[in-house]
Design a protein around this ligand. Structure first.
Ligand SMILES: [Zn+2]
Length: 342
């Protein structure tokens, strides 16, 4: 969060209002924050202190820096390691043959869709699950961390949020083959073993409910395996997910109400869906209803699309009214480049 946003939050006191909205129940709000490994410790200390002063109790710290986790904890914040899960351009040398393959037969390793960093691993590959399990196990052993936070735990967007179509010059009124994943040999063999049919032989794979369901299950199985590993380390596991169960399943194949998480943080970023602020309340309500009390929901809010005091206040109030336990703020943080399609 940059200085302008911080002063803005403090000046309008919106988070404080939210705290008092439900008598006696202190809301423990979250913020996503990127901390580069080479970040200046004094700068990080100042940023964490500002967040705490702005009413943030929990931070999702990106960048993988153990030093940053420690500084956040020293600032009195509850710290969660924010990790990119399946969107992993950093593993091209480690797991070169494990990248998701499109319906056109192209690997995201060599042909990332939309943007150069969109290199997604295939959730079906045992090597991928093993690698990620080891990563979260190591994080769960870090005493400065309260939990592990999964981001990009999904397929590439088979359909982009409506507000991004113009940016990429696309009309995605159906599932186009270059954005439809994963048709790798492992996935095809597993689907054939389950259903007896080769997905590549289907006249229209996008019309197959079994194929859709199969891919929801691949992500759910992976998440639940990672959840078991994190829970073995007595830590929490959470995830940033698409805004509603319906949109999450349709756009990126996340069936998140079925994930064994300790909490779910839907990114209810209304602007990317060409919705107004009032939509946040209905979107949150859909998620809360789908979860049916199994675990709390914290509403992710995108600050750049909430430019005024009234906007932010309306967003927070709507989310809480719909049953969110707290809000999680994103945007205005540094290193925003590349997150627009995330
Ligand atoms: Zn695959």
């Amino acid at each position: 969060m940059d200085r302008r946003d911080f002063l803005y939050l403090v000046s309008c006191g919106v988070l404080g209002l939210a705290v008092t909205a439900r008598a006696g129940a202190a809301r423990r709000h979250w913020a996503w924050i990127n901390a580069r490994r080479d970040a200046d410790p004094a700068d990080l200390r100042r940023r964490f202190a500002e967040l705490r002063a702005a009413g943030i109790a929990r931070v999702l710290v990106g960048g993988g820096s153990a030093a940053a986790y420690a500084l956040a904890r020293e600032a009195g914040l509850e710290v969660h390691a924010w990790m990119w899960t399946l969107c992993r351009g950093d593993l091209m040398d480690v797991l070169p043959d494990c990248y998701a393959v499109s319906r056109e037969g192209k690997s995201t390793r060599d042909h990332p869709p939309y943007v150069p960093y969109y290199r997604f691993l295939c959730p079906s590959r045992p090597e991928v699950a093993a690698h990620l399990e080891q990563q979260v196990t190591e994080l769960a052993a870090n005493d400065d961390l309260a939990g592990v936070h999964l981001d990009y735990v999904r397929y590439p967007d088979v359909i982009l949020p409506r507000g991004l179509w113009d940016k990429y010059g696309l009309v995605q009124d159906r599932e186009l083959p270059e954005f439809d994943f994963c048709y790798c040999d492992t996935c095809r063999a597993a689907f054939a073993a389950e259903t007896g049919s080769d997905v590549a032989a289907l006249a229209d794979p996008t019309a197959s409910a079994a194929w859709r369901q199969f891919r929801w299950e691949r992500v759910t199985t992976l998440v639940n395996r990672l959840a078991a590993a994190v829970h073995d380390g007595d830590k929490q596991i959470t995830a940033a997910v698409f805004p509603t169960p319906t949109l999450a399943r349709r756009l990126v194949r996340q069936d998140w109400p079925r994930w064994n998480l300790d909490a779910v943080l839907p990114m209810v970023y209304h602007g990317f869906y060409e919705q107004d602020v009032a939509w946040i309340e209905s979107a949150v309500r859909e998620g809360v209803v789908a979860l049916a009390g199994a675990r709390p929901l914290h509403a992710g809010l995108y600050l750049p699309h909430l430019p005024t005091d009234a906007d932010l206040a309306q967003a927070v109030a709507g989310a809480l009214r719909a049953g969110a336990e707290s809000v999680a703020l994103f945007g205005g943080v540094r290193d925003l480049t590349g997150f627009e399609a995330g």
